[in-house]
Design a protein around this ligand. Structure first.
Ligand code: 13P
Length: 334
């Protein structure tokens, strides 16, 4: 697969003023989100929910791509139109989550490693045929007493690099996601240091595995204090620390960086992205790949009436997309 094609897809994913909607929750994760608003976790409800999101009128104004889950990429609207067709007709690139989740790292209490490499080449080939042009793999780094260990960071970086190389072999842009979790009592400086080490290990591994950075997107976590630290960081603090950390550890040739929301409020996720773009020019386009910060308001509205609230929920999805799209330009007005 040519690097030009990969680079073209990667650039389209971070086109000016556009970002990604992450709707790739596994059935276990969407069960939690549905339970929070009293929706039964059936295949039909999952399908109807994703149809509501993906058929949001003019979603493509601010959304360049959507990350789907294995079940979702095979589903269609009630009228029988494959979701991937709905997306492509609206200029939205289909993406797919290909990792199989995190599992305890043997020998390392409290740490996890992401699985899913076995059989990945064949799965990627199938996803390409189904229309996927980018794929996501999420590694999780926990912060706690004496963790993360170097071994955990290396194991996760290695898996990310092997997955990324396999993606590029079949013409799929890897979105590499090393998420440093917000959970914990650590301060913002600790988050910075752990994220820097993690990113350095990741880019070393990508280099060692011949991954072409021109056809790769980084999905990063922001530099924030631990949720239970009691520390408050201003929007400027988060934006400055995040930018500094990325500039230190991420090569400028990367076509773009998108952020996860990771449990931040909708408002914070947007404000942080906006502030980083106002502080530019930066070496790469900085945009969003939000899950919760794109969906939670809409899910709440939809849960109140799965049939009659579709349009109202879609208006909220569109509003979140517009706010985050403006933040990707540093032009958001709160
Ligand atoms: P959140 O924005 O809800 O963190 O989800 C993004 C994502 O895809 C995590 O892997």
């Amino acid at each position: 697969m040519s690097i030009e094609q990969l680079a073209e897809t990667a650039q389209a994913m971070v086109a000016a003023g556009k970002g990604i909607i992450a709707i790739d929750e596994s059935n276990a994760t969407i069960a939690k989100r549905f339970a929070g608003v009293g929706i039964e976790n059936t295949e039909e409800n999952r399908r109807a929910y994703r149809e509501m999101l993906l058929t949001t009128p003019k979603l493509g104004d601010y959304i360049s791509g959507a990350i789907l889950y294995d079940e979702t990429i095979r589903q269609s609207t009630k009228a029988g139109v494959p979701f991937t067709k709905v997306m492509m007709d609206n200029g939205i690139i289909p993406g797919i989550k290909v990792d199989k989740g995190t599992f305890p790292l043997a020998g390392f209490q409290g740490e996890v490693v992401t699985e899913g490499l076995d059989g990945l080449r064949a799965r990627l080939e199938e996803y390409y045929k189904l229309g996927a042009r980018f794929a996501k793999w999420r590694a999780v780094i926990n912060i706690g007493d004496d963790i993360p260990s170097g071994t955990c960071i290396e194991a996760n970086a290695h898996a990310l690099a092997r997955y990324a190389a396999l993606c590029q072999e079949v013409g799929i842009v890897p979105m590499v996601e090393p998420e440093v979790l917000m959970d914990g009592e650590h301060d913002i400086q600790t988050c910075y240091e752990v994220t820097e080490v993690t990113l350095r290990a990741l880019f070393d591994a990508l280099y060692n595995h011949n991954v072409m950075l021109e056809g790769t997107i980084l999905k990063a976590s922001m530099i924030v204090p631990g949720k239970d630290s009691g520390e408050e960081a201003s929007v400027e603090d988060v934006a400055e620390n995040t930018l500094m950390c990325l500039k230190t550890a991420v090569p400028a040739i990367l076509p773009g960086i998108v952020f996860l929301s990771g449990g931040q409020s909708d408002e914070d996720a947007t404000a942080h992205l906006d502030a980083m773009n106002r502080m530019g020019p930066n070496p790469w386009p900085l945009s969003f790949s939000y899950g919760r910060a794109m969906q939670s308001a809409a899910l709440k509205i939809w849960s109140q009436d799965l049939v009659n609230n579709v349009r109202k929920a879609q208006d909220t999805v569109y509003a979140r997309a517009r706010d985050n799209g403006m933040a990707a330009l540093g032009q958001w007005k709160s």
